[in-house]
Design a protein around this ligand. Structure first.
Ligand code: GUN
Length: 294
């Protein structure tokens, strides 16, 4: 059994990006600029956005954090998104989710210019991804693809079971794993809360991707001997022994599942660190005009 070290891979890719950005700057090119919009003060969102801004600093990107009170109206927020759309210096825009209940996230996502949608949540980017056209691919699924690639894990012809059909992870993950690409060509089963006999379905997976957001849900009975297990879950659970008052738990019960696997991602330091790296990669692609020409 090999533990997939997401932190090490993420650090390696970060170095590659930082080097490229330094070269771009030295030759007078465009410094990538990521904008994050944060509405309200959800604790987890605060942490995620702070980490994204910190990564920008580390990699030599410019960043802008636009914070708004939770009382902002939907139309006011859409107007702020449009301002970023119209600002040529700003290459990428993310609006951190979840948003307050009175704001429709789909409306917000659809207002972001697809050419700046580095989260890959706009229907145009999701549609282009499904068709195999150049598109921003959402950060977590892209991070999983990069981990599989860097560990030389064969995916072609394998049965991949994805648990969870979220728009951010499960759905795009299932589309990506069946594409005719180097990491792809799987036979994919997308499972969800209505799937019958989930343990038996999961136990047929060569590659099991858990993205349902329920801590330690996937136990040994869900896993075939020799499977590759990718744990996308990251849930805060109360833990009074920690200074922060919480611990981060994955969707996989690591101690009992790991001995059955050929490869497994831990939590933390598995998929998590890859997510920000993918966002940075997308922002760099935007600044370079790779996906959509400028
Ligand atoms: N909330 C949880 N994950 C994400 C993400 O990847 N992007 C945005 N914008 N919000 C999130």
């Amino acid at each position: 059994m090999q533990i997939i070290d997401g932190k090490a891979v993420a650090d390696e890719i970060k170095k590659e990006i930082a080097l490229e950005v330094a070269e771009i700057k030295a030759s007078g090119g465009k410094t990538p600029h990521l904008v994050a919009i944060l509405v309200g003060n959800n604790g987890a969102s605060e942490t995620y956005v702070a980490n994204k801004v910190k990564s920008c600093e580390e990699l030599g990107f410019n960043s802008s954090l636009l914070r708004f009170d939770p009382s902002i109206t939907e139309s006011e927020l859409l107007a702020e998104v449009k301002k970023v759309n119209d600002n040529d210096d700003m290459d990428g825009l993310i609006v951190q989710l979840p948003l307050p209940d009175h704001i429709n996230p789909d409306k917000v996502m659809e207002t972001i210019d697809p050419r700046k949608d580095v989260d890959g949540f706009h229907p145009i980017n999701i549609g282009r991804m499904a068709k195999g056209l150049p598109a921003y691919i959402s950060a977590t699924p892209q991070g999983v693809l990069d981990l599989l690639e860097r560990y030389n894990i064969e995916t072609s012809g394998k049965h991949c079971v994805v648990v969870g059909r979220s728009q951010i992870v499960g759905l795009p993950m299932s589309i990506l794993m069946q594409r005719n690409t180097k990491i792809g060509n799987c036979t994919v089963t997308l499972t969800h809360s209505k799937t019958k006999d989930l343990p038996a379905v999961c136990a047929t997976a060569d590659i099991l991707i858990a993205a349902l957001g329920r801590p330690e849900f996937i136990t040994a009975e869900y896993v075939k001997e020799g499977a590759v297990v990718i744990d996308v879950g990251l849930t805060r659970v109360e833990d009074s022994s920690k200074k922060s008052g919480f611990a981060l738990k994955g969707d996989v019960k690591f101690d009992e599942v790991a001995p059955k696997c050929s490869f497994i991602t831990p939590v933390p330091k598995g998929v998590g660190p890859m997510t920000i790296v993918s966002l940075m990669k997308n922002t760099l692609l935007s600044a370079k005009g790779v996906i959509y020409s400028k």
